[in-house]
Structure formats: C-alpha cells, structure tokens
Design a protein around this ligand. Structure first.
Ligand code: IMP
Length: 189
C-alpha cells in the first residue's frame, strides 16, 4: 500500500511543514542569539536528534537555523516492539559530551511524554548548561508524565495516529513528504 491508501486525510502538507520549519528556525535562532545560551565557554549549540522519527524534521530545521551548531543523535526503542510506553531503551547514545553545554533536543512527536522525560533526565545527569525541547508535533491530551516542549510545530488535539515526514506505522511511511492521519481501520489494538 502506498501513502494515499493508508492515509485517511492529509493533516499537514509538505508546504505547511516547510513554512512552519522556517518559522521555528527563525524563533530558535533569535532566542539563542539573544543569549538564551548559558554555556559559560560559549560553545556552539548542540542539537540532539532522537532517531529515527526526528530525522527529516531535524534535517530541515538545522538548515533553517542561522547560528553556530553541532549535531548528534540518540536512538531510542519504540514501545511497539513489545515494550510498554513507560519503558524507554537507549540503543545509541551521544558521541559528544554535554557537560556545560546548551542542548536542543529534536523530537518528531510528544505523546505520553515518557520518552522525553527519560531522555531529559538522562542528559541533565551529565550537567549541561541548558536543555530545550523542539518537537514537530505535540499531543498534549495524551500526556501521562509532565513534559513541556519549548518549541512546537503543530498541536494535534484529535486522537489521530499520524504518519509521514519521519513518523512511522510499523516502520513504514516515514518517507511520505506530508503528515497524514492513518486510516482508523488499519489500527488493530
Ligand atoms: P511518548 O514517549 O509516548 O511521548 O512517545 C513518543 C514516540 O511515540 C514518538 O517519538 C513516536 O515514535 C511514537 N508516536 C507517538 N504517537 C505517534 C503517532 O501518532 N504516529 C507515529 N508515531 C507516534
């Protein structure tokens, strides 16, 4: 099945996403340029992408940022592979040290909040200067633990399961250029 067969409707077109990414890029660049950064040694912002879902968003967002930055990745297991939402497993950790640095975490979607709570706790233990969170999508009504993203692309209030632009259903459909709501009849549990 291709994208349009599995999508009930397109929620955010490729153009919608690119426009919002540019807006976020300007906002984030302005914030860090104006001195949000607390890194006493004035090192570049460290942008941390959560694999795999954040990859397309991060690739576009970093090119919309006009501030010095480095980037790195953390890979976390999704709870679809036999784990419950409360469990988060780190499959690949950062290569860069974060002590004393400004860190901006890039996520595809915040749902229950367990993933980001786990990752932010883990990173705070390494004593960065600051941590902020930028997520493409936010489902605040689904939150089980408190996570407040600093930058949000779009808020999803309806109970859609979404695919595309990095978001998967059974590892598929990450390559769709838009974000679509999955057809409800395809969701079995
Ligand atoms: P959380 O720990 O419940 O906040 O889950 C975050 C992760 O769940 C995201 O990074 C996605 O991998 C996955 N996820 C949550 N909602 C969706 C969705 O609507 N579509 C695709 N993946 C989702």
């Amino acid at each position: 099945m291709n994208g349009l067969d599995i999508v009930e409707r397109v929620l955010f077109s490729s153009e919608d996403i690119q426009q919002r990414v540019q807006e976020l890029g300007q906002e984030i660049s302005k914030d860090y340029r104006r001195g949000l950064g607390q890194d006493a040694r004035k090192r570049p912002l460290l942008v941390v992408g959560l694999l795999k879902g954040a990859l397309p968003f991060m690739a576009d967002l970093i090119r919309a940022l006009d501030i010095p930055l480095e980037y790195d990745f953390i890979a976390v297991s999704s709870y679809e592979n036999g784990t419950s939402p409360g469990e988060v497993r780190v499959l690949k950790d950062l290569e860069r040290a974060v002590g004393g640095r400004d860190v901006l975490i890039i996520e595809d979607i915040v749902d229950t909040g367990h993933t980001l709570r786990h990752i932010t706790r883990r990173l705070w233990a390494r004593e960065p200067a600051s941590i902020r969170i930028c997520t493409l999508l936010d489902k605040p009504h689904r939150r089980e633990v408190e996570v407040l993203p600093d930058y949000v692309g779009f808020v999803l209030d309806a109970p859609w399961f979404v695919v595309g632009y990095g978001l998967d259903f059974g590892e598929l459909h990450r390559n769709l250029p838009y974000i679509g709501a999955l057809r409800p009849d395809l969701i079995t549990d």
